[in-house]
Write a protein that binds this ligand. Structure first.
Ligand code: G3H
Ligand code: 13P
Ligand code: ZN
Ligand code: NA
Length: 321
């Protein structure tokens, strides 16, 4: 059934795991995610960005999720707005059946962020919908807004209690060193291990711990948490792609975050890479194919494998529905 994230997060916090929040854009992605969650009895969050709503149209997204629930009546799913930029977008999603929205006021000054977030919370709670807020800024690409690495600022733990109390948000996204997209770190920011593989800097778990200490039991959200699966990057590059120096968050760090106060881990780039690897490999192996069902079957299978791996081996949300 379609639910809010309240129960999911409570169980995840107490059970030291996290719920995957996967970005959806089309039918194949929704099918693959729903099948993986169903096969592993995992709760999940399906989230749509403004860009996804523009691409697929809000009505298609809504009905794709409804179809997934019709196909898998036992599924426990929250439908979430990713990076809501303003009150109107959040209201639109709340009015059309979303069970959760993010109001991303992280680019505003503290007081403005509070005022905007509080306004969304009041409307959302009056309609039985939960709200995610954000404090601190991630580096990388959020929609069309490019945040340069040096402009990114970590969440200040001394601000979180006031923000949560005054806004009434149900969960809080924080910045501890993750970033959006497939290029989370430059090679210059990384070190090399004995095999010559780039090792990115460690996330600021000290900030996460300090936030958790100040907000006991409160669910924390990690954006920009794709691991930029090296196998998929390799397949893409071996089949005509050119993703030089794509690098993500190592999965052991995501496992650690999931065992702590982090209850929601956002994954979009890994889905994009899985789809693209499936399509590129299929096209290279079958130059005579031109039926989209042929290459999209491989793309969909990759997303299923990816989501299954994340649920079982990274998030720990399998058999928790
Ligand atoms: O945080 C950004 C998500 O990956 C969504 O990306 O705005 O390109 O759909 P998008
Ligand atoms: P990635 O780009 O790391 O997948 O992050 C996705 C995200 O945070 C969506 O809000
Ligand atoms: Zn995000
Ligand atoms: Na957790």
């Amino acid at each position: 059934s379609l639910v809010t994230t309240t129960e999911m997060f409570k169980k995840a916090y107490e059970g030291h795991y996290a719920i995957g929040a996967f970005n959806i854009n089309n039918m194949e992605i929704v099918q693959a995610l729903a099948d993986a969650a169903s096969d592993l009895s995992s709760p999940m969050i399906l989230q749509a960005s403004a860009g996804a709503r523009k691409y697929a149209k809000p009505s298609y997204l809504k009905h794709l999720v409804a179809a997934a629930l019709e196909d898998h009546s036992e599924l426990t799913v929250a439908l979430h707005l990713d990076h809501g930029a303003d009150f109107e977008t959040c209201k639109d999603c709340i009015d059309s059946g979303f069970t959760s929205v993010m109001i991303d006021g992280s680019k505003y000054a503290f007081e403005e962020n509070i005022a905007l977030t509080k306004k969304v919370v009041e409307y959302a709670h009056a309609h039985g919908v939960v709200v995610e807020g954000e404090l601190g800024q991630l580096a990388g690409i959020e929609d069309e807004v490019k945040v340069a690495a040096h402009e990114a600022s970590y969440t200040r733990p001394e601000e979180v209690e006031e923000f949560v109390t005054r806004t009434g948000v149900d969960s809080l996204a924080i910045a501890i060193g993750t970033s959006h997209g497939a290029y989370k770190f430059t090679p210059a920011q990384c070190t090399r291990n004995e095999q010559g593989v780039l090792v990115p800097p460690t996330l600021r778990f000290d900030i996460l711990e300090e936030v958790a200490k100040r907000l006991p039991g409160f669910p924390i959200v990690l954006h920009g948490a794709s691991s930029v699966v090296p196998e998929y990057v390799k397949i893409i590059n071996a089949n005509g792609g050119n993703l030089a120096d794509a690098i993500g968050i190592p999965e052991d760090q995501l496992r650690k975050a999931a065992s702590m106060a982090v209850c929601k881990i956002n994954i979009d780039s890994d889905i994009r890479l899985a789809m693209t690897a499936g399509i590129r490999q299929h096209m290279a192996q079958h130059p005579d194919h031109f039926d989209p069902r042929q290459y999209l079957t491989d793309a969909r299978q990759n997303v299923y494998n990816l989501a299954s791996h994340k649920i079982k081996d990274v998030l720990g949300s399998d058999h928790k529905a």
